[in-house]
Every structure is written in C-alpha cells, then in structure tokens.
Design a protein around this ligand. Structure first.
Ligand SMILES: NC(=O)c1ccc[n+]([C@@H]2O[C@H](COP(=O)([O-])OP(=O)(O)OC[C@H]3O[C@@H](n4cnc5c(N)ncnc54)[C@H](O)[C@@H]3O)[C@@H](O)[C@H]2O)c1
Length: 453
C-alpha cells in the first residue's frame, strides 16, 4: 500500500486518471539490468511501455522477442510484446510519453570520479522533445544534487516550449515534473519480490513527488515519499555505503582470523544467532558489480565540494580493493607449500561473475585476479556457466573462453572465485590437486587439498 495520501495535487493532475486507468504511456530510457525489468513490470501492470536505448543491438534483440539478460527469458519479452511493449533508439518518440524514467549507467571514470556523461547525454536527448505535464524520473544511482543541479537545468534550458520544472505553487501550465527514485534491487536475490521492495521517491516539488509516487504505487506495494531528490539520492548511497563498509569490516577480520587460525565463517554464523543488533556480511575475493564498488565514491567526490573527507568510504575502499591481491598471494602461498611457483603453474578460475548465479561481470574481482595471476606468469583458464567468453571491457582485455570442467587434476590449482550453485564442490575437491576457496563454497568438506582464503 502506498503511504501517500493521493489527495489534492495528484487527484487533480491531468496524469492521475491515466495512471489509475493504466493508459499513461511510459518510456524507460536505458534497457539494462535495471531498465528492462522495470519496463516489463509496468507492461505487466498493463501500461503501454516503450523502451529507449542507444544500443541498436539491444533494440534489435527485443524487437525479435529475444533477451540479453539471463534471468529474463525470451518468453517474457514475447509476452510483453503481445501487450504492446516495444523498444526504440528514436528519441523523437519521447514526446509521445507521459512519464519518462531514466535508468542509464553511472560508472566512475579512470580517475575514480563520477562519470555523469550517460545521464547528461540522455537528458540532452530528451529535452528537445519534452512536453508540458510530462513526468521525468531519474533512477540511476548518483550523488545528492544531481537531479536538481544537472537534470533540471538541462531540461529547462533545452526544451522547445520554455517549460519550467513545477515548483511548490499550484501552477500546472507550462511546467513539467521531475523526481529521483533509486533502484534498490539485489540481483540474484529471489527472496524478496521486486514489488515488495519499497520505492523511495523524492520530487523537486510536492506535486512531482506525489505524481512519481502515484505512478510507482501501481507496481510497488509501498512507496516512501521523501522531501527532496537529494534525500532520495543520499538514501541510496547510504544503503550501498553501509554494505561496502560492513563488507570491508568482515574482509579485514577475515585476514586477522586467517592469521590467528580462526574460521571467520564459523564466527559469523555464531554471531548471526544474536536476535538483535547484528546483521551478517560475508568476506570474499573483493567487491564487484555496478553498485557497491562504485557508488560510495560518488559521495566522497561530492563531499570534497563541501571540504569534507569521507574517511569510512576511503578506508573500506582500500580494504576491499586489496582483496583480489590477497587472493593471488594465497594462491602463491598454497602453491609454494607444494614446492611450486605461480610462474608456469596452470590455474583454473571457477566463476568470474561478481557474485553467484548471476550473469554480471562488471567490476568483478575475478578480472583483477586473472590479470594478476597472468602477470605473475601463471597459465590461467576459467569456467563460468554464465560467461562462455570474456572479451574486452572498460578496464580489461582478456579474450578468454570458458573451458569445460573436465580434467580438473590437470591444473596445479583450482581457484574458486564465484560460488555458483551449479558447481559440484565435492567433485571439485575430489579431483583437483589443490583447491583455493575464496567463498567458503567447500564448507563441510574436510580435505587436505583445500585452502580457504
Ligand atoms: N544493476 C543493478 O543491480 C543496479 C541496482 C541498483 C541501481 N543500479 C543503478 O541503475 C543504473 C543503471 O544500471 P544498469 O545495471 O541497468 O546498467 P546497464 O549498463 O545494465 O544498462 C544501462 C543501459 O543504458 C543504455 N544507455 C546508455 N546511454 C544511453 C542513452 N544516452 N540513452 C539511452 N540508453 C542509454 C545502455 O545501452 C544500457 O542498455 C546505474 O546508475 C546503476 O548504478 C543498478
């Protein structure tokens, strides 16, 4: 249930009836891991939905009722198309939409600073087609201030009708509406349905907040209106920084536990029995994904404008970034105990996705680990059911193909980086000469050839 009282502004708004009766036309810009599922949710709720993406290949795949996201089967796209979903690269169709939701990437550049070029170019493409009364919502994770300092000025300056963003007056002529609403999904986590994740919404004005909450209230069970876009932007960052800092904490404690001969996983399991005040986080080979390794630095960058140093973020980043190097050192030490050097050894990396059971390679620690092992002279192969090959990304150029899990004994070391559920860990331990496990995937298996790190 929405916590909003959809009274005054929204009931009177020209979009409220189209939202309630599902005729409001929704444009989702950026059809990636966030945008495509969101477009499908609105389509499922019977809204006419158009997806916009600059990648012609994605548009073509969707046009042919295919899918490029593992967990979205082509049948879902086929069904959505029968209900009117279509995709396009043609921004002139923005004018046909009533609500436009932006879900484009927000990475860091090579200097570890926010790269807002995707948001900027999207908003510049939308602005010429902006119409009076349209609602524009930004979902991309970003620093507090982006919506009001970047998105609104471009929309105001570059629209053809001299429209202004709606303010707190009840003026409805010559205005458009703008809000920020963060995506809070946890990829691969099927325990919470997407519609059960409350949707935080912060508009530039009360009318923008209410309109956006009214729209999201049709597909989410609860909306959480906040007083400003910056509050919603900061909320998302707090959630991710909380994870980043806590993961860094357990990663550091893991290093200490390894030195002290204590099983950190057993410690976390025991601590998790406390019914209050403790939430478990788990150590690993390093952070991955588009969010946790990236988003905190959006805030530390912005904080500098306020002469403020975000020490927790920097410290957590330092610890988490060092984890792939710890893994490489652990492989080296494990081989050393067998009187072998990394140089010349055959290493099989199991799992390259940044976490289990997902098809996302972005910022995966596996990439750094492979690169570092290769640099040290190892002959590295990998297996990942989600990635038949690894090509070139923003920060890597590996050009490798997933090998079948056949001759495990032929490797000097099998290194578990991602604990995909499909792997038969008993078999891996039985057949491999040496297993280095970064995820506790071999828990419960006691064997002399297993090294947990
Ligand atoms: N993936 C997640 O689990 C997740 C969770 C929460 C928040 N987020 C945030 O959501 C945003 C999107 O992330 P994502 O994972 O969906 O990214 P993604 O890379 O999977 O998808 C982004 C899409 O935007 C398209 N695009 C880029 N520039 C465009 C433009 N100018 N016009 C139209 N389309 C354009 C790309 O082609 C791509 O299809 C990011 O800010 C991210 O931090 C992601």
């Amino acid at each position: 249930m929405s916590r909003l009282n959809l009274s005054s502004v929204v009931t009177d708004h020209h979009l409220s009836a189209p939202i309630q009766n599902r005729t409001a036309r929704i444009g989702v810009v950026g059809l990636g891991y966030v945008g495509l599922p969101l477009a499908l949710l609105f389509n499922e709720a019977r809204f006419p939905v158009t997806g916009f993406d600059v990648d012609p290949q994605k548009v073509r795949i969707l046009d042919e009722s295919g899918s490029y996201i593992h967990r979205i089967p082509p049948t879902e796209i086929q069904l959505a198309r029968t209900r009117g979903f279509s995709a396009t690269s043609d921004y002139s169709r923005i004018g046909e939409m009533d609500a436009i939701i932006i879900c484009v990437p927000t990475p860091l550049n090579e200097h570890h600073e926010p790269d807002l070029s995707y948001i900027t170019s999207t908003v510049e493409s939308i602005a010429p087609y902006l119409r009076m009364g349209q609602l524009v919502v930004l979902e991309s994770t970003t620093y507090p201030g982006t919506t009001e300092e970047l998105v609104v000025p471009i929309l105001e300056a570059k629209n053809r009708f001299k429209l202004k963003v709606a303010g707190d007056s009840e003026e409805t002529e010559n205005v458009f509406y703008v809000a920020f609403s963060p995506e809070r999904e946890d990829p691969g986590n099927d325990t919470v349905a997407r519609r059960d994740i409350p949707k935080v919404v912060g508009g530039v004005s009360a009318s923008s907040t209410e309109l956006a909450a009214c729209l999201y209230g049709t597909i989410f069970n609860r909306t959480v209106p906040v007083s400003a876009p910056a509050v919603a932007e900061m909320t998302k960052l707090l959630e991710n920084i909380y994870r980043c800092v806590n993961i860094a904490l357990v990663n550091e404690l893991k290093l200490l536990c390894l030195r002290m001969g204590i099983d950190v996983w057993e410690v976390i399991a025991a601590a998790s029995t406390k019914p209050f005040g403790f939430q478990p986080f788990y150590p690993g080979p390093g952070l991955g994904g588009h969010c946790i390794p990236v988003d905190p630095f959006y805030l530390s960058w912005k904080a500098k404008e306020w002469d403020f140093h975000t020490r927790f973020i920097e410290l957590a980043g330092e610890i988490n970034n060092s984890m792939p190097y710890h893994v490489v050192e652990s492989v080296s030490a494990a081989l050393n105990r067998k009187r072998k050097a990394v140089n010349g050894s055959k290493v099989l990396v199991l799992g390259v996705a940044y976490k289990k059971d997902i098809d996302d390679l972005r910022e995966s620690p596996a990439l750094t680990i492979i690169e570092q092992l290769q640099k040290a002279g190892a002959y590295v192969e990998y297996n990942d059911p989600y990635f038949p090959r690894i090509g070139k990304g923003r920060k890597y150029n590996l050009d490798m193909q997933s090998v079948p899990l056949e001759d495990l004994a032929g490797y000097d070391c099998v290194l578990i980086v991602t604990d995909h559920s499909d792997y038969d860990y008993s078999r891996i331990v039985r057949e491999a000469q040496l297993v280095v496990d970064t995820r506790n995937a071999t828990r419960g298996i006691s064997a002399p050839n297993v090294v947990r790190c």
